[in-house]
Design a protein around this ligand. Structure first.
Ligand SMILES: Cc1cc2nc3c(=O)[nH]c(=O)nc-3n(C[C@H](O)[C@H](O)[C@H](O)COP(=O)(O)O)c2cc1C
Length: 256
């Protein structure tokens, strides 16, 4: 079974490709199961493995996934091997170490961790933007081969992680990640610009059901995963985050 959290579709594309290659099915984390994992159960009986597929956020596991890994009940064989397949735009730092701690703390068997490089989606700080079109296309073209390699490694029981850790990983994951989670994940700066056409795509597609329409325009509440689906899916580029998104690009994977 592949359990997938995605903001902009990259992790979903990887999960679907993995599922086809391994003959598994994908459970998508959206809505109630994502916002209330403590009240939900996933039945893993009859499955051979659990693959956790999610994006890297600030060189760590997205807080919404941390909560999920801590609170979800998995019904079935508690001895199944668990794997991480995380997508990142550049590098993942020590995301795999954090994932392994979270999985082991539940008493589950954390095996190999992998990363797949996909188009960048983070646009909320100075200097961060989506990739140029040629870089985006190159990353997307390499994905199937990377996923097939991961599939072979999982199915053959090969040992060892294959993670793009990158430079300064201890600083990025040990210092910047906790700072980011505490100070840079607020949904408060989200607003709509005059280009908003009240299409409701942002509100209807939010995986956290955190956006409601007020007087025909989106209003963001406090339960935001910062996945940026609202920003990237807006057909008029009318979702803004303070001034950080001025002149930034948009991207979403066709899997969404
Ligand atoms: C809040 C946030 C933080 C991110 N941090 C990182 C990061 O630390 N390293 C990285 O390589 N990519 C980072 N990214 C990019 C995503 O990990 C990458 O684009 C991923 O494939 C998006 O997956 P999704 O489409 O399934 O949401 C970040 C994206 C977001 C939204």
């Amino acid at each position: 079974m592949i359990i997938c959290y995605t903001g902009t579709g990259n992790s979903l594309a990887v999960a679907q490709h993995l599922a086809d290659a391994m003959g598994d099915n994908v459970v998508r984390l959206e809505g109630d199961i994502l916002t209330s994992p403590g009240q939900n159960t996933i039945d893993i009986s009859g499955h051979k493995r659990v693959v956790w597929c999610f994006p890297v956020y600030s060189w760590g596991v997205p807080p919404v996934m941390c909560k999920f890994l801590k609170q979800i009940t998995l019904n079935g064989d508690g001895t199944l091997p668990h794997y991480m397949v995380a997508t990142c735009g550049d590098d993942a730092g020590r995301t795999h170490t954090q994932w392994r701690h979270l999985v082991s703390a539940r008493g589950w068997d954390a095996r190999n961790a992998f990363t797949v490089v996909m188009p960048n989606t983070y646009t909320l700080m100075k200097g961060f933007n989506v990739d140029p079109a040629d870089v985006e296309q190159t990353k997307l073209a390499k994905m199937p081969g990377a996923v097939e390699h991961i599939t072979q490694k999982i199915l053959s029981g090969g040992r060892g992680d294959e993670v793009l850790v990158g430079k300064w990983s201890l600083i990025k994951s040990g210092i910047i990640y906790p700072w980011f989670v505490r100070y840079a994940m607020s949904p408060k700066p989200f607003h709509h610009t005059d280009a908003c056409i009240s299409c409701e795509i942002c509100a209807r597609s939010c995986p956290m059901t955190n956006i409601s329409m007020v007087d025909g325009h989106p209003q963001w509440h406090d339960n935001c995963a910062l996945c940026l689906r609202c920003y990237h899916l807006c057909p008029k580029h009318a979702v803004a985050y303070g001034k950080a998104t001025i002149n930034k690009g948009q991207y979403h994977n066709p899997s969404l």
